[in-house]
Write a protein that binds this ligand. Sequence first.
Ligand code: BF8
Length: 646
Amino acid sequence: MANDGGMEIIAVECIRRPAKESTPEIVEKKIEERTLDASSKLVLQKAMLDGVETVWDRLEKQLPQCKFCSTGVSCQRCSMGPCRLMGGDRTRGVCGADADLMVARNLLEHLATGAAAHSDHGRDVVETLLKTARGESSNYSIVDKAKLMSLAKEYGIDTALPEMKVAELLSLAMLDEFGTLKGSLQMAKRAPKGTMDIWVQKGLLPRGIDREIVEAMHRVHMGVGAYYPDFLTHGVRASLGDGWGGSMMATEISDVLFGTPDIKTSKVNLGVLKADHINISLHGHNPILSEMIVKAAALPELVSKAKAAGAKGINLVGLCCTGNELLMRKGVPQAGNHLDQELVITTGALEVMVVDYQCIFPSLPNTAACYHTKVVTTSPKARISGGHHYEITPENSFDQAKKIVQLAIDNYPNRDQNRVLIPDKPVEAMVGFSVEAVKKALGGSLKPLLDAVLAGKIRGCAGIVGCNNPKVKHDSGHVGLARELIKRDVLVVETGCASIACAKAGLMQPKAIEGAGKGLKEVCGSLGIPPVLHMGSCVDNARILNLVADLANLAGVRMDQLPVVGAAPEWYSSKAETIATYFVGSGISVVLGVMPRIEGSPNVVKLLTQDLEGVVNARFWVEPDPRKAAAIMWDHIESKRRALSI
Ligand code: BF8
């Protein structure tokens, strides 16, 4: 049942942490253990003193976590189970599955889940372009016309046709790629021929996006395959379908509709909330709605209403990847990353938190119930108990956005100014490094970057991507690793929550070159850019694929031959597993900072950390210590340089 009236579906309560666990000593110790970021520490302290439960408290309650689940040897796949492989004479599930099969099946399910999440987001964006092209939604327009035309050319569409016809045909061609068997995905052909050849030879070339995901779900059903390596091969193929398909569409078509990011400066951390403004945070992943909120919040009549309510104006702040989308394109300040989502509410200064989908804690309405904040859900796929649901479609999104902004204005008088705490030092960050923006900064091509790599001024490039995970001290993995790498003259590119972590730590300011090695300092210094570049949201890992593919094509080598490496130091989500897998499948080795649930099968561990190298010339490592991870990445980069004799 759709609900566009903003009704609260179910009333929920504030969940409290026991007062005895909030003594000053405990609070002081825990904030130091839990987060690196000074603004997060301050607000986390407030949350604990206010007695508000957070993700870290919930993790503690779960400890110790089930060792069978955490090593992948538990299975809930069918009703003969659930099963756990406990060793001794209990080494097979009721169906007969051994540890290798159980682990591989579980992993494939995660990879398919991650690919589905990104790609379904991509489809929503493409459908919005289709409705725009057909005149069914007047809320959107073609902002990057050049990108529309270059994509149309890539898809073999006649660019002499009227613009909206081109947009319609492009949308239909992309939508076809979800389900229609066409040989392979169009944008996968951006990869160098040598990389494509590997995919063809090894049976990894993604076919339709939905097809790979549906096939994955078929394969994990009980009693289909029982040869564990096949699950991992298919996992790579489904992940490649996300990276070079669904995610790449999300990125490219969002650029068409909202503009390709260019370099700009904004601010980050919880200090971007404003005490004298109506604050609205935009959380989730898809810019289709949040772009409308930006438009609505700028309407003079709504700004006047905000002033009439006693505020100085309306302040929008981003969170997670919806925030990254807005930060990259519009310079909307970013309040934080994954583990900051409850803390934004805890400031006591947030009128409305608008969410679309993915990475949204189901308990956010409970956190909001501890203050005056209203959580607004907007996707029919992602209603949350306790949320106020304003369902968004491409047709109604602007009208709904206006209602949501009005809700925030109406809620402002409910704010208790005595319970407000906003950190006072937002950090400046230079953002917006799309591939196009990087090329522009370099004078029109990536050649100067390639030359700097060939000359050894830049030893190589590292992509640090992914989430926060309360099992890792918030932001410490990303920031520690980035600092180590830039010291060694490695240019760092980032997306998702990793980029927000480093932005908060000041690594996305041009002056951060002070922490870089001599060569990187010289290159970035001459361009006036930071040594750590923000390339966007998680679907924008497609930008990293494009960057590496462009560099490899320019150098005339395969992607795996470049001195390039990836890392996901604090990952938690299935999407991050999929991203890491499509990086590896594309020839970019990856260091994970958190162990996936595979240790129950030494064979699967070996396959991912050793044998994959023989298939795609890339592999995984698992290393939680940022210094050791940096050393692994450095060795890898240097070995690639030696192989190229540079
Ligand atoms: O897609 S980095 S916590 S917000 S999954 Fe989520 Fe991880 Fe953040 Fe963006 Ni990506």
